[in-house]
Design a protein around this ligand. Structure first.
Ligand SMILES: C[S@@+](CC[C@H](N)C(=O)[O-])C[C@H]1O[C@@H](n2cnc3c(N)ncnc32)[C@H](O)[C@@H]1O
Length: 255
């Protein structure tokens, strides 16, 4: 029997912040998603970057190390921001972190940033909140600036049982009828431990609608991220169960 947690997002991340702290890839998506998202962000050198839903700063640090001029990390969870600041105090990269909500970025002026990144943020937001957030992102991006985000592939939970090493427990609930409903999920690390995650289910159409309503009208770059052969070579037990499934979406649009 799987456990269904009923945490609010803030409580979930405040309670688990220390489990997220890492310097090296550890969870499944550290291998199957984040390297591809960071590659999509290139060229990064000299950019003013916002990492929305930055968590304990894993991507913020990498963006700064790859040459971003300024990195601001914003997260709803004060526990995650405290964990990010602890690491910043130990290894000073000049990243600024603050607690905030992705749907209200009024602390940032219009057209201030070159790149906004949101790595697995939108699976915590409803359709309406996603639209609010994307409208804010469109407002704060400089003309020509880029918005890059990743989400769980909307079809993935409907394609596979809720089991190791990654799932969202949708219990067979409908792909269209259950939009905006929150489901619990779990993603494992290679060391056998796991992270509890959540999914506010949205369809592919919901993401594209939110982008269009926000004013992103260019053709997006879309990647369906998956297990690659080098992952299986690295750790067959861990990655093999997910071969050939669409795990995550990475999207880039320009302002
Ligand atoms: C799956 S974690 C990913 C963290 C980080 N982006 C990474 O790649 O390691 C999702 C993060 O989104 C944050 N989050 C959820 N809802 C948010 C909101 N409305 N505003 C800002 N951050 C939010 C959570 O607190 C959590 O730290």
């Amino acid at each position: 029997m799987m456990l269904i947690h009923t945490h609010s997002t803030r409580d979930l991340y405040n309670d688990t912040a220390t489990k997220w702290v890492r310097e090296e890839p550890s969870s499944l998506s550290d291998f199957t998603a984040r390297p591809a998202i960071l590659a999509l962000c290139e060229p990064i050198a000299g950019l003013r970057v916002l990492d929305l839903g930055c968590g304990e700063g894993y991507c913020s640090r990498e963006l700064r190390r790859r040459g971003a001029r300024e990195v601001l990390g914003i997260d709803l969870s004060d526990g995650m921001i405290a964990a990010a600041q602890t690491q910043e105090s130990q290894d000073c990269l000049g990243i600024h972190y603050e607690v905030g909500c992705a749907t209200d970025l009024s602390q940032i002026g219009d057209r201030q940033l070159d790149l906004v990144v949101a790595v697995f943020l939108f699976n915590y937001l409803t359709i309406e909140q996603t639209q609010q957030c994307m409208a804010e992102v469109a407002r704060i991006l400089h003309p020509g600036g880029r918005f890059i985000f990743s989400v769980p592939h909307p079809a993935f939970p409907y394609m596979r049982q809720a089991e190791y090493p990654f799932y969202f427990q949708v219990e067979g609930a409908g792909y269209f009828s259950q939009r905006d409903r929150q489901f619990p999920g779990r993603i494992w690390k290679r060391d056998g431990s796991w992270l509890d995650v959540q999914l506010v289910h949205k369809t592919l159409e919901d993401y594209f609608d939110a982008l269009r309503v926000a004013g992103f009208n260019t053709m997006p770059i879309l990647q369906e991220l998956r297990v690659q052969s080098d992952h299986v070579e690295l750790d067959e037990t861990f990655f093999k169960p997910l071969v050939d499934y669409p795990l995550h979406l990475a999207m880039q649009v320009s302002r």
